[in-house]
Design a protein around this ligand. Structure first.
Ligand SMILES: NC(=O)c1ccc[n+]([C@@H]2O[C@H](COP(=O)([O-])OP(=O)(O)OC[C@H]3O[C@@H](n4cnc5c(N)ncnc54)[C@H](O)[C@@H]3O)[C@@H](O)[C@H]2O)c1
Length: 372
């Protein structure tokens, strides 16, 4: 059985904000049974969404109430639309009604929406309290629960209000994925494949044989992906340079997601983004033809059943990519692979490569050809 403890190492001169990611099947049951300890606190507030509350939240609250004195469940409606300042304010108001003080601990139980929103509340409630991430989607396990980026969406864009606030602990239990709708798996799978391309050639090879999406098979990939994200975040917490490699596939991917008015799933867009950005890497002479072929074959196989955009408009996508926070002035900049398991770095050590707008447009034409 796959089980691992991965360390996010954030020891700096004056403080140590390092924490563990515990990945183990049955971990939530163990937490409820008292076999895994939570950080000491005056209260524990499980913040979750309406779907996860029904499937896992109420049971966890019941189990934790046997171990700890003050345990509450704070529920908000599921869905990206509720990842807003208004919901954050409602959650904070509820915490206050429950008399949660500065020693209270928030337990974020859910996918990336819950983790981002409740992490954001934790970072500002009474000037910041501690929180533990309990991710319940594949995406949250391998990506959003690690690294301390929190935030809410605004009318002018996704994640436009946010903070860096690291959790005390992350506990990922692959068994909870049994209740996750299959289409949600693609979001996490895209991030796992991304990790293999940017940093793990051995995982890349194993992904070629991936056909089952059961908890045991996924556990190994979750551990690998968490190790990679933990390593990157430990080196570059604030995305000054190395952390930008995690954006591979996301510049084009975000533009496609936005052009679909967020109707297309994030994972489907990231798969397409990785195809287009691999094409760009090959076009710029950074990625050899053989590696390009290997990468695009894997991406196409694993994203086979994901939803596709109805149309792709290169001009609109360029405009959206330029508006993306990663595009400084009018120059598009991306992190691109140099081979399977390695990202290109420039002579001055930067992982961001300038990409001409014309090249971006051509990559969209390549995508259209792939999809036709
Ligand atoms: N902070 C970061 O570093 C980071 C990184 C990537 C993505 N994100 C954010 O993550 C969010 C997307 O996260 P997501 O894909 O997990 O979506 P999500 O949180 O909306 O969850 C998807 C759906 O699955 C349901 N769900 C969650 N766990 C379940 C389970 N075990 N069984 C059944 N249903 C379950 C949810 O209720 C929801 O309906 C976005 O807002 C994105 O901006 C943040």
């Amino acid at each position: 059985m796959t089980a691992a403890r991965v360390r996010v190492s954030l020891r700096r001169e004056s403080e140590d904000r390092s924490y563990d990611i515990l990945i183990r099947r049955g971990a939530l049951e163990e937490l409820g049974a008292g076999n895994i300890s939570l950080p000491p606190g005056s209260s524990y507030s499980i913040v979750t969404d309406s779907n996860v509350a029904r499937l896992h939240g109420r049971r966890l609250k019941g189990a934790l109430s046997k171990q700890y004195h003050e345990v509450d469940l704070v529920v908000f409606p599921a869905g990206e639309a509720t990842k807003s300042l208004e919901t954050a304010s409602n959650v904070a108001t509820r915490l206050n009604e429950l008399s949660v003080d500065r020693n209270g601990v928030i337990l974020t139980l859910g996918g990336g929406v819950v983790g981002d929103l409740a992490g954001f509340v934790a970072s500002v409630y009474k000037r910041g309290i501690r929180y533990v991430q309990l991710p319940t989607t594949l995406l949250a396990m391998v990506d959003s629960s690690i690294g301390g980026k929190t935030g809410v969406d605004t009318p002018w864009g996704k994640n436009q209000l946010g903070t860096f606030h690291q959790p005390e602990l992350v506990i990922a239990d692959p068994d909870v994925l049994k209740t996750l709708p299959p289409q949600e798996m693609y979001n996490g799978l895209a991030e796992i494949v991304k990790c293999a391309i940017i940093a793990d050639p051995a995982m890349f090879v194993r992904l070629r044989d991936l056909t089952k999406f059961d908890a045991e098979t996924l556990s190994g990939f979750i551990v690998n992906a968490c190790r990679i994200k933990a390593r990157v975040v430990s080196t570059d917490e604030r995305e000054a340079n190395l952390r930008t490699v995690l954006n591979f596939g996301h510049t084009v991917g975000h533009a496609i997601e936005r052009s679909s008015d967020y109707q297309l799933a994030h994972g489907a867009c990231v798969f397409l983004g990785m195809l287009a950005e691999s094409w760009i890497a090959r076009h710029l002479g950074l990625l050899a033809e053989s590696d390009f072929k290997e990468i695009t074959e894997l991406l196409q196989r694993l994203s086979g059943a994901a939803a596709r955009p109805e149309s792709l408009n290169p001009d609109m996508l360029v405009a959206y990519a330029r508006a993306d926070k990663k595009a400084l002035s009018s120059t598009l900049r991306m992190s691109l692979p140099s081979k399977v398991g390695m990202m290109h770095s420039t002579r001055d050590g930067s992982f961001m490569v300038p990409v001409p707008q014309e090249t971006f447009r051509h990559s969209i034409q390549y995508l259209k050809d792939v999809l036709s």
